[in-house]
Design a protein around this ligand. Structure first.
Ligand code: HEC
Length: 505
């Protein structure tokens, strides 16, 4: 057993990016190295605690810390940040140690001071000559001054439309690519410090874009971009691993996300201050969504459950899905809320899109699945992403099996009602002419498949329904964004969202 345990930890960390190097606590116990390495010891501290505010996209005090060369250049105040061999004369050290016993150090600004061990490591590195030992293979820096270079299309983890249907945001490596929604051109590249971008969400007013990502086993980050200037407004470091499933409260004041330390969290959009922390899940939390009135937060996790949290009290309220053993099959990967009525759409490892109601109005009885409303037909493999359309009448769901992917559109209204008949009749008239209207009543039934999207190739990790209802986007393993017609499934356009190096164009 004594042999198996450390082995297991290493495996978990490398294979699943689990934060085995958990936090400062375990670091404290580690012996300080005799020879301090910039690449292995110092740079990770800067990445985690400083670069959010000291990068080309956002350079606090005019000081950039993302590359070694910039790190040595003075900021606005003009003092040398690093004086080789002399930590006490280095302005960087001056900023991270307390000048008076009862006052915190100036940096990191508005955050907890660095722990003593980290300060010592930086001091010792400067004392030993402040050398750059970055291996040649890792010299490539990526920041706003050094945009990512792609030899091949990257795996795409997230696509999202702006509320006015003009923009499509696509995840890249170290960046978000803002495209025109019809795929006719790249508008901007939002380059930040997180190498992985897991999830994207436009603010309800469309003025900001929230990004969840990080560096596996190192740090997580929430970025908030101001889209009027395409400028990084806020970089909030969170946990020691990549974060997921970012969502805005409908009033635009809060941003929620899920973490690999099994917590669900929310911050104030304006300040980045954490206002919600809930630890009831027992595995990674992969997606979040607020209730329409922003009073509750819903989260789904690899632990198979969908949980409800009260925002004001941060209190765990209920398991929305059944907790009866055997009732749930595999982890949940996606959740979305019906924009009209708070119904919740989930998808996950069992490949079956399901709709639940948010609030239980009857006492839980062991074995019940009271909030369950409806399931759709099973899709091949796992569902990584599922979304409602703008009026909650349809859903889009993308799934993956082996190396193939499939995306389907279904009718979604919770009860077949008069409006639904009219809506489907109208769209049918529009697409197929008047004669089909006679068939409309049979199509009103919720759960009916509208179409399967043409042209899917690899695993699908993200889908989005354009708010004007006229197009849908999907993306995944093969690195292409596909735009389809949600009524017919026809492929309208496919494109690689990143600029490729010339030899691969
Ligand atoms: C939340 C944002 C934020 C974080 C995190 C942060 N800084 Fe700063 N830093 C600033 C701002 C803004 C300034 C400009 C002075 C001010 O407003 O206090 C600054 C100024 C500085 C300066 C002086 C630059 C000059 O010459 O004017 C140094 C050095 C510095 N920071 C180092 C660090 C280090 C080291 C860390 C990490 C341990 C860090 N900062 C983390 C925001 C931040």
């Amino acid at each position: 057993m004594t042999v198996a345990r450390p082995l297991f930890l290493t495996l978990v960390c490398s294979a699943l990016s689990w934060p085995a190097l958990h936090a400062a606590d375990s670091a404290k116990e580690e012996k300080e190295p005799d020879e301090v390495s910039y690449y292995r010891h110092v740079r990770p501290i800067f990445q985690q605690y400083c670069q959010g505010c000291h990068q080309p996209a956002k350079a606090g005090g005019g000081y950039v810390m993302t590359s070694y060369a910039d790190l040595l250049k003075p900021g606005e105040k003009g003092f040398k940040p690093v004086v080789t061999g002399k930590p006490d004369e280095s302005f960087l050290i001056d900023q991270i140690v307390a000048r008076e016993a009862d006052k915190p150090p100036l940096m990191p600004k508005a955050a907890n001071p660095l722990i003593g061990r980290d300060v010592n490591l930086i001091r010792k590195w400067i004392a030993q000559g402040a050398k750059d030992d970055t291996p040649a293979s890792a010299r490539q820096i990526v920041d706003a001054d050094h945009p990512p270079v792609y030899d091949l299309p990257p795996v795409l983890t997230s696509v999202a439309y702006s509320p006015d249907s003009t923009l499509l945001a696509v995840s890249g490596y170290h960046e978000v690519l803002l495209h025109k929604a019809d795929g006719s051109g790249l508008v901007a590249r939002l380059i930040g410090i997180s190498e992985r971008v897991q999830s994207l969400a436009f603010s309800p007013d469309g003025k900001y874009l929230a990004v969840a990502g990080g560096c596996p086993c190192r740090f997580g980050e929430i970025q908030i971009w101001d889209l009027a200037k395409n400028k990084l407004q806020l970089s909030v470091p969170v946990t020691y691993d990549t974060v997921y499933g970012v969502s805005w409260s409908p009033d635009g004041t809060k941003i929620a996300f899920g973490c690999a330390d099994n917590t669900v969290r929310a911050i104030e959009a304006e300040t980045g201050k954490q206002i919600l922390y809930q630890g009831a899940h027992s595995d990674w939390v992969l997606e979040t969504v607020f209730s329409k009135d922003a009073s509750h937060l819903v989260s789904v996790s690899r632990d198979r459950s969908m949980k409800l949290t009260e925002v004001a009290t941060q209190r765990f309220i209920d398991n929305i899905t059944s907790i009866t053993p055997g009732a749930l099959k595999g982890g949940l990967l996606t959740v979305d809320r019906n924009p009209i009525n708070d119904e919740l759409l989930i998808g996950g490892a069992d490949g079956v899109p399901k709709i639940y109601k948010m609030h239980r109005d009857k006492k839980r009885v062991i074995g019940d699945d009271f909030n369950f409303l409806r399931s759709f037909e099973e899709m091949p493999g796992r569902i990584f992403s599922a979304k409602f359309n703008h009026d909650g009448t349809r859903i889009i769901a993308g799934s993956s099996l082996d190396r193939t992917g499939e995306v389907r559109i279904y009718q979604a209204a919770s009860k077949p009602d008069k409006d639904m008949v009219e809506v489907s009749a109208l769209s049918l008239v529009a697409t197929h002419g008047l004669s089909t209207i006679l068939l409309a009543p049979s199509l009103k039934a919720s759960g009916h498949q509208v179409c399967k999207l043409e042209g899917q190739v690899g695993a699908v990790y993200s889908v989005a329904y354009r708010p004007d209802g006229k197009q849908v986007a999907s993306a995944g393993f093969d690195g292409k964004v596909r735009l389809n017609d949600p009524d017919t499934g026809k492929l309208i356009k496919e494109f690689i969202p990143v600029p490729l190096t010339r030899k691969n164009q």
